[in-house]
Design a protein around this ligand. Structure first.
Ligand code: AMP
Length: 542
């Protein structure tokens, strides 16, 4: 060996100490259950986080014990985000929208020892407390809600817990130690646990700060609408702390008008959430001052081109699409246009922004034949299963024997998404492997069809599922939510699609519904639609 560099662990205390040391005057604004907003500086936050870590010792939480959180995006949640891992424990963010039986499953599977619960959420979790086998302590965080404490349990008050403890010092020697965990939001079977290490979180944080990815920086005022219980709020909670950016935490105030108020009044520069959030917020921003906004990262499901374009037209800023999964920490690709793409027509650029973009530095992506595993060409046309590798892509699932199917023999993650990749390396997701409509041996992309239908000005939402067909095996059924007051017919939808998609892609039927059912993290729940319409008899099948 010719020489070495210092072998310093890539661990969360470094991220924490940057905000504490360099940016104590910056901080976090949180909205509470009453709608009031209050500010906590990073200086105060850091002191409280250190006290909280000592409090975990006082509660007797094991050295690598799982610390559950049942919280909104708040300053208190951000204290837990660092107190648990920086003291060696594992933060386990519980998805507040999971089905009750799934919550019970994940708390028991992760063996959570303590759960920190925001008061406005007690009504959701209260009935389940009895079913938690390993939980020894329940801590309640006051978020201004008057929710009564469920009877029969000893709740510890969060503020008293912190006040009664001395500040801890943080040392993490092993960067490969677990820092946090999150369960997937899958709609079939039990969720699967993904463990993030200190190293993976540190590297993912750096990636979120790269100019060509999300690009968080010190001057930002960041509004993570994406929940901290869903894939670490896409890394924004860590990246904001590392960069010293201000955070605006919406807490329980998740309605479009409340979010729009925060964007305008707090002069938010970066606001991130799933497409359904941005669909609701846009009308609320009409005529208001959004001049501080510089980037709107959006992912979790495909960003309809019409939505991104509507933002570009109304506020002069298209949406920045990103793709990822709980399993990929989650940021894996971002649709930033390259300099060469800026010469393309507006329409072509809009098309590219509706794709999922280029793998971010550190992540490798490829497409492969789902059955043979053969690697497929990047020609923009060949479809295959998207596979991912990288230092913040999981290599397994926590204590789960369903895992082997999810990885290739050479260790890449099989994402379950179907994609094409252009020669320039732009990924375009065409579907989930389970959602493509298989018509006569050919694939119809439900996502592309939905996007085209949602471009109709009288359509609020649309989801496409495959339903059985005697001749073609499956044909597309469009489930359409018209905008309020619109009188939309099946023929209107089909005429609109004519010329926009291949003839044989045209849905065989259109049903009108009040709302597309959503999963716990706001994606269209095709499973629920299939349960409801799987037996729908298509007019073409008779
Ligand atoms: P989750 O682990 O719950 O975040 O779900 C990950 C899945 O969400 C991915 O495998 C995709 O199917 C979907 N997804 C995430 N981002 C996008 C995106 N930008 N476009 C299309 N699908 C997406």
């Amino acid at each position: 060996m010719l020489g070495t560099m210092q072998d310093r662990p890539l661990a969360l205390p470094h991220i924490f100490e940057r905000a504490e040391r360099f940016f104590p005057h910056k901080g976090i604004i949180t909205a509470d259950a009453t709608g009031a907003r209050s500010r906590r500086s990073y200086g105060e936050w850091a002191e409280r986080t250190r006290r909280l870590a000592t409090a975990l010792d006082g509660l007797g939480i094991s050295a690598d014990g799982r610390v559950g959180t049942f919280c909104w995006n708040t300053a208190a949640h951000l204290e837990l985000y660092f107190a648990a891992p920086c003291s060696g424990r594992v933060l386990h963010t519980l998805n507040i929208r999971l089905y009750p039986e799934q919550l019970t499953y994940i708390v028991n599977h992760a063996e959570d020892e303590v759960i920190f619960i925001e008061r406005s959420l007690l009504g959701l979790i209260g009935p389940l407390l009895e079913s938690f086998e390993s939980v020894r302590h329940l801590v309640v965080i006051d978020d201004g809600a008057p929710t009564p404490l469920p009877e029969g349990y000893d709740f510890i008050d969060y503020e008293e817990l912190i006040a009664g403890s001395e500040p801890a010092t943080f040392t993490i020697e092993d960067e490969n130690q677990a820092a946090s965990m999150c369960y997937t939001s899958g709609t079939t079977g039990n969720p699967k646990g993904v463990i993030y290490t200190h190293r993976s979180t540190y590297l993912h944080t750096m990636a979120a700060m790269l100019a060509d990815s999300v690009g968080t920086c010190e001057r930002d005022v960041i509004l993570p609408v994406v929940p901290m219980f869903h894939a670490n709020a896409w890394g924004l909670a860590h990246a904001a702390v590392a960069a010293g950016a201000d955070l605006v935490m919406p807490g329980p105030q998740m309605t479009p008008p409340a979010l729009a108020d925060m964007i305008v009044e707090e002069r938010v520069t970066l606001a991130a959430g799933v497409p359904t959030i941005w669909m609701g917020v846009l009308p609320e921003l009409e005529g208001r001052d959004t001049s501080a906004l510089r980037v709107i990262p959006c992912g979790g499901s495909a960003v309809p081109k019409a939505l991104s374009e509507a933002y570009r037209e109304q506020i002069g800023l298209p949406i920045l699409q990103a793709w990822g999964m709980t399993e990929t920490s989650p940021v894996a690709s971002v649709a930033r246009l390259t300099s060469a793409m800026e010469d393309l027509s507006e329409e072509q650029q809009a098309d590219l922004r509706a794709a999922q973009g280029m793998a971010v530095f550190g992540v490798e992506l490829r497409i492969a034949d789902q059955l043979t595993g053969e690697s497929l060409p990047w020609d923009g046309e060949t479809r295959g299963e998207l596979q991912a590798a990288g230092p913040w892509v999981t290599g397994d699932y926590y204590n789960d024997d369903r895992a082997p199917d999810s990885f290739t023999e050479d260790g890449w993650l099989r994402t379950g998404d179907v994609a094409v990749i252009t020669p320039e390396g732009f990924v375009r997701i065409v579907d989930r492997t389970k959602d493509v409509v298989k018509s006569g041996g050919e694939w119809i992309s439900s996502v592309e069809l939905e996007n085209e239908i949602m471009a109709h000005p009288q359509v609020a939402e649309a989801a496409v599922i495959g339903v059985p067909h005697p001749k073609w095996s499956e044909r597309p059924l469009a489930c359409v939510v018209p905008v309020e007051g619109a009188e939309l017919t099946k023929d209107d939808v089909l005429e609109f699609l004519d010329g926009r998609v291949a003839k044989w892609w045209l849905p065989d039927d259109v049903v009108f519904i009040d709302e597309v059912p959503k999963t716990s993290v706001g994606k269209f729940s095709k499973k629920d639609l299939r349960d409801r319409f799987g037996g729908h008899v298509l007019p073409t099948a008779e």
